[in-house]
Design a protein around this ligand. Structure first.
Ligand code: ZN
Length: 433
């Protein structure tokens, strides 16, 4: 009895000191489009269905609450730019806004605040690094589509002449950072950035500032890629680069393409993106456990597709069917477009392990001259077979999950609005002053 209460006391005082301790480093994970149905689906997807055992995922381990995501208008449904601006700056803005308020006035992000205080900073994403979510942490633009205006600010925006705003930049977007003479990328290398364009060469980055761009725009989907864990590899690299420095670091990590698979109502594609995002979060979890001085927070900017588990009146969601699909729908669509019916059936066996029924094959054959119709027929067949439900090819307004670990993580318990998550993180960064 006495021993139990002594232990309880020790635990209490340990958690009290954890509550008052400030983290040295902050890592902020945003799963683009990752509503609660995605984290739920991923739990059943990664479980071993043969054993019938459901094990908690990294999202389950870190889960503390939820967040609302509505933008600064009456639509309730946000886009990634408005939501990223809210998450980066603590101010709600209009759909399309990158780091500017409703009057198009520039807002400073927590990354800029961290740099102002002398921290190292990083941006890691599977999309082009100047896509809406990462862009809102670095740049100001009236419209998310101003990719060149945004990219330029990754280089030109500096708080001190001899200090880059972003010390580690990893993701896609080679076309926005050209390496030929006088190109933006070339200027950055000349200024001092180490650079690689190959995921296989991540080890060649040995110091900051460093930049790795691995695709013309977004990285290839995890499900189609020979590097299905490219986000986790990039996060490991960034942590290695930061570890060499005594300075604290702030890093934004975006699982960008969960959203893209969601727009395409492509459940197998979405689950592979979730798997890479989960592995990346696990890398941060292990780092935070090892060091004890790092706050890790994850959330989403909104949910995509109105994804749900269970459809058509059936009490079931079949992850096994999802696992039997080994390519994204755009890849499968491209492979069978305009193919004669017999050939099409054979091609499908390269990408899908289950056998299509005669009516399914007839349906695909009837539309396979029409790219768009073929795509949605494929999506419907795989969704119906796995009992996956979708309500839209756009975003939805469902609240998103919030999780955290490390010093100050208790601040994220309960329900929040997305701007409050941002304010909490900024406060934590500023408190270290
Ligand atoms: Zn989206």
């Amino acid at each position: 009895m006495l021993r139990t209460s002594a232990l309880a006391l020790a635990m209490l005082s340990a958690s009290a000191s954890a509550a008052s301790t400030l983290p040295k480093n902050v890592i902020f994970f945003i799963g683009d489009g990752m509503g609660p149905a995605y984290t739920t689906a991923y739990r059943y997807y990664q479980a071993d269905s043969e054993v019938g055992q459901v094990t908690p995922t990294v999202f389950d381990r870190l889960m503390l609450g939820s967040a609302s995501t509505f933008p600064h208008d009456d639509t309730v449904v946000t886009d990634s730019a408005a939501s990223a601006t809210a998450l980066a700056t603590g101010v709600k803005s209009y759909n399309g806004a990158i780091g500017v308020d409703e009057h198009k006035q520039p807002l400073d992000s927590m990354l800029v605040e961290a740099k102002r205080l002398g921290w190292q900073t990083g941006i890691v994403s599977t999309s082009q690094v100047n896509h809406a979510t990462p862009a809102s942490f670095v740049a100001h633009a009236e419209l998310r589509s101003q990719y060149d205006v945004i990219a330029e600010q990754y280089y030109s925006r500096r708080l001190q002449e001899n200090q880059p705003l972003v010390d580690v930049i990893l993701g896609g977007g080679q076309r926005y950072f050209p390496m030929q003479h006088d190109g933006l990328g070339q200027s950055m290398v000349a200024w001092g950035y180490q650079y690689t364009d190959s995921l296989a060469q991540l080890d060649s980055l040995t110091r900051t500032p460093a930049m790795g761009l691995f695709a013309d725009k977004g990285l290839e989907y995890a499900i189609d890629s020979e590097h299905p864990h490219r986000l986790s590899a990039m996060v490991s690299t960034a942590l290695r680069l930061f570890e060499g420095s005594k300075q604290p670091f702030f890093m934004l990590v975006e699982g960008s393409e969960i959203d893209w698979c969601g727009h395409g109502n492509d459940i197998a594609c979405a689950m592979k993106e979730m798997d890479d995002f989960a592995k990346a979060l696990e890398v941060a979890e292990a780092y935070a456990k090892r060091h004890g001085d790092t706050l890790v927070v994850f959330t989403a900017d909104h949910s995509t597709g109105g994804l749900t588990l269970g459809s058509n009146g059936e009490y079931q969601w079949d992850a096994k069917v999802v696992k039997q699909v080994s390519a994204s729908l755009p890849t499968i669509q491209k492979a069978i477009l305009n193919q004669p019916a017999a050939e099409m059936a054979k091609t499908l066996t390269r990408y899908v392990e289950f056998a299509f029924t005669e009516p399914e094959l007839a349906r695909l054959a009837s539309v396979n001259q029409d790219k768009e119709a073929l795509y949605w027929a494929l999506s419907e067949i795989i969704s119906d077979r796995s009992y996956t439900g979708w309500t839209t090819s756009g975003h939805d307004a469902i609240d998103v999950p919030v999780g955290a670990m490390g010093p100050q993580s208790q601040r994220f318990v309960g329900h929040h609005d997305n701007i409050d998550l941002s304010k909490q993180l900024t406060e934590i960064i500023q408190a270290q002053r």
